[in-house]
Design a protein around this ligand. Structure first.
Ligand SMILES: NC(=O)c1ccc[n+]([C@@H]2O[C@H](COP(=O)([O-])OP(=O)(O)OC[C@H]3O[C@@H](n4cnc5c(N)ncnc54)[C@H](OP(=O)(O)O)[C@@H]3O)[C@@H](O)[C@H]2O)c1
Length: 277
């Protein structure tokens, strides 16, 4: 634990699984007090009991699409700890569908969580950060916010929108003492792929190795200490992003070959590996 970490209070949204849970663990082990938010309160409580100094951390049932619930969570946290040093904006969901078949309401659902959730957090937190002239937003975006993947256009669009909001907010926050870091993971091995929404009876089949959510959690810890603008937790993803900028047509060919969309034919296919972000 660094001197800086002692006494810090950090809120993590989407802490009930995957990257959020790994981040809560990582921060707690670094001596940081964690306020864990998600809809599944029982999972948060289970996680809290495994953390060092379990009694100091808090769990809050929050749906990030509910502006009032987020506002309550921020108020409760500040009232309880008398401080809030950072918010890890991590809660998110995916959607897989060919663009021409994507359900508009499902797309809106994704935007409500991935984009609307972030806006609600900023609206509720900024007044608190402004009072102290400090604070830090750490936003879990994705490599797909820079380059869309086929059959993931809806999700990619949500992360692209998130990225542009962050870009504007960073400029608006200049000189305020409030920081903003965007983290762009590639594929991470989490429940994310099971929770994705999309048309019934079909799924995208792709092969890819996901990194451990602990790698992203370490990036969050680094971001808290150093406040960089952007982090790619894995060098490979940074290099692929650069290649996609330089060779866009070649990138299209590679993606078209590596990610396909198949009609579901039976029970066996439900257990096929689907793990590309
Ligand atoms: N896995 C990847 O390959 C990958 C790659 C790049 C970026 N990401 C991003 O990383 C973030 C975390 O994803 P993950 O991979 O850790 O997936 P995950 O294991 O499915 O975790 C998603 C978290 O978001 C929470 N959540 C979902 N909808 C919510 C809502 N309406 N209100 C509050 N919380 C909500 C879930 O908690 P509850 O269900 O309990 O509410 C869960 O804790 C997401 O923003 C995702 O886009 C993931």
């Amino acid at each position: 634990m660094t001197q800086q970490d002692a006494g810090r209070v950090v809120m993590v949204t989407g802490a009930s699984s995957g990257i959020g849970a790994a981040t809560a663990r990582c921060l707690a082990h670094a001596g940081i007090t964690v306020v864990m938010c998600a809809r599944r309160l029982e999972l948060l409580e289970e996680l809290r009991m495994t953390l060092p100094n379990a009694a100091t951390h808090r769990c809050l049932a929050v749906d990030v699409t509910d502006a009032a619930a987020i506002s309550d969570a921020i108020t409760t946290t500040v009232a309880h700890y008398q401080r809030l040093d950072a918010v890890i904006c991590n809660a998110g969901i995916g959607i897989t569908a060919p663009i021409a078949e994507m359900d508009y309401h499902q797309f809106q659902q994704v935007l409500a969580v991935n984009v609307g959730g972030f806006l609600h957090i900023v609206r509720a937190t900024n007044p608190v950060f402004k009072i102290t002239g400090s604070g830090h937003y750490i936003v879990i975006s994705s490599v797909v916010g820079q380059h869309a993947l086929p059959y993931n256009g809806g999700y990619s669009a949500s992360k692209a929108a998130l990225e542009r909001l962050c870009q504007a907010l960073r400029i608006e926050l200049r000189g305020s003492g409030i920081g903003l870091t965007v983290i762009r993971p590639g594929t991470v091995a989490t429940e994310f792929f099971e929770h994705r929404i999309g048309p019934d009876g079909e799924r995208r089949i792709a092969k890819s190795n996901g990194m451990s959510p602990n790698v992203v959690a370490q990036s969050v810890l680094y971001a808290l200490e150093r406040r960089p603008r952007v982090i790619y937790p894995r060098l490979r993803d940074r290099l692929m992003s650069i290649c996609a900028d330089i060779f866009p047509s070649l990138t299209d060919v590679v993606l078209a070959r590596s990610i396909t969309w198949q009609q579901k034919t039976g029970v066996d296919e439900m257990s096929s590996p689907v793990d590309s972000d």
